[in-house]
Design a protein around this ligand. Structure first.
Ligand code: UDP
Ligand code: MG
Length: 318
């Protein structure tokens, strides 16, 4: 029998925890020929969330709990959940039922047909403020313009992932994982599963502006080195301006117009020229730091799905 693992992060979700468990269990029980486990990750909630989860786990051996010592954030919670997966396929889903659990059987079918990552793509988003929709749109556009891998728009963490891809994700050593980007980075056979995102079942969003900005910066800094190049461009512009000042002064001196005050040219040239030189040096240093950053992330250079007619090499003994 195959097994499906569901990861549900929870932060101050006492209003939805029970309903979430009920609906999720109903769906998972209805799927034939699959065992299941639900991994709840309590991300340091100080309300009754953990209490409710403990009660649930007491009466249900399929429910497991990982509880953080404090709030470490949504991405950390999902990362912790992924480490506990024992199934053949994993589903990541929010606790607030915005992503309907009833879609899981359909997604599972797509997985059985050979798709390795089935990610939820939001066709519509009910009950979210214009501010949230606009900032989300801005974020995805900026991220895509800057980043080196294609990160699909309107996609959150709701997805179904093959165990082998989960294992690859778990093997990446980097901190501050921006999961949505990394799933794309890992590759494999991906399928965009369109769905309608519902309103929150109860409670308020746990993503205030501050957390959204942290997520955005993890995404952009983690997936792009283009901001560094910007320093270099600025440096070049500054140097070009310095020479334009020089040329302008020379022409106005020869043509006898403009009445440039004595000393203006040398000061303006020196300021813009050396500002440019400094920016260019900064850019060079940043390029090196960028390389160091890249190495410390420890992402492998490539990910191999399978090898054919190549034996796995045995560790050579000394
Ligand atoms: N969440 C979490 N830690 C946090 C913030 C959120 O584990 O610091 C969980 C939250 O309980 C929910 C999911 O992440 O299950 C998505 O959060 P939310 O629904 O508040 O975000 P939104 O849907 O508004 O983007
Ligand atoms: Mg939500």
């Amino acid at each position: 029998m195959k097994k499906i693992s569901v990861i549900i992060p929870m932060y101050y979700e006492e209003l939805v925890a029970e309903e979430c468990h009920k609906r999720m269990t109903t769906v998972l029980k209805s799927i034939d020929n699959y065992e299941y486990e639900i991994i709840y990750v309590n991300d340091g909630s100080k309300d009754k969330t953990l209490e409710i989860l403990e009660k649930i786990a007491k009466n249900d051996e399929n429910s497991k709990i990982v509880s953080f010592s404090r709030n470490f954030g949504h991405q950390a919670a999902v990362t912790a959940g992924l480490k506990e997966v024992t199934g053949d396929v994993a589903v990541i889903i929010d606790a607030d039922l915005q992503d309907p659990p009833e879609l899981i059987p359909e997604m599972l079918k797509l997985w059985e047909e050979g798709n390795e990552v089935v990610y939820g793509k939001r066709k519509t988003r009910d009950g979210e403020s214009i501010f949230k929709l606009m900032t989300a749109k801005m974020f995805y556009n900026t991220l895509n313009a800057l980043s080196d891998v294609d990160i699909p728009k309107d996609t959150g963490d709701f997805r179904l992932v093959d165990r082998k891809v989960v294992d690859k994700m778990n093997s990446l050593p980097e901190h501050n994982k921006f999961l949505r980007g990394l799933w794309s980075w890992l590759g494999y056979k991906q399928y965009a599963f369109e769905y309608e995102r519902k309103e929150r079942f109860a409670g308020k969003t746990k993503y205030p502006l501050k957390k959204m900005l942290k997520l955005a910066s993890d995404g952009i800094i983690g997936f792009s080195s283009k901001p560094i190049k910007f320093i270099g461009i600025l440096g070049c512009i500054s140097i070009i301006i310095s020479f334009l000042i020089l040329i302008y002064s020379l022409i106005s001196f020869i043509g006898n117009f403009g009445n440039i005050t004595a000393g203006w040219t040398s000061i303006m040239f020196a300021i813009t020229f050396f500002a440019g030189v400094q920016l260019l040096s900064l850019w060079m240093i940043s390029e090196y730091i960028g390389r160091i950053y890249d190495e410390t992330k420890g992402r492998p250079q490539y990910v191999i799905d399978k090898k054919i007619n190549i034996e796995e090499k045995e560790e050579t003994k000394k």
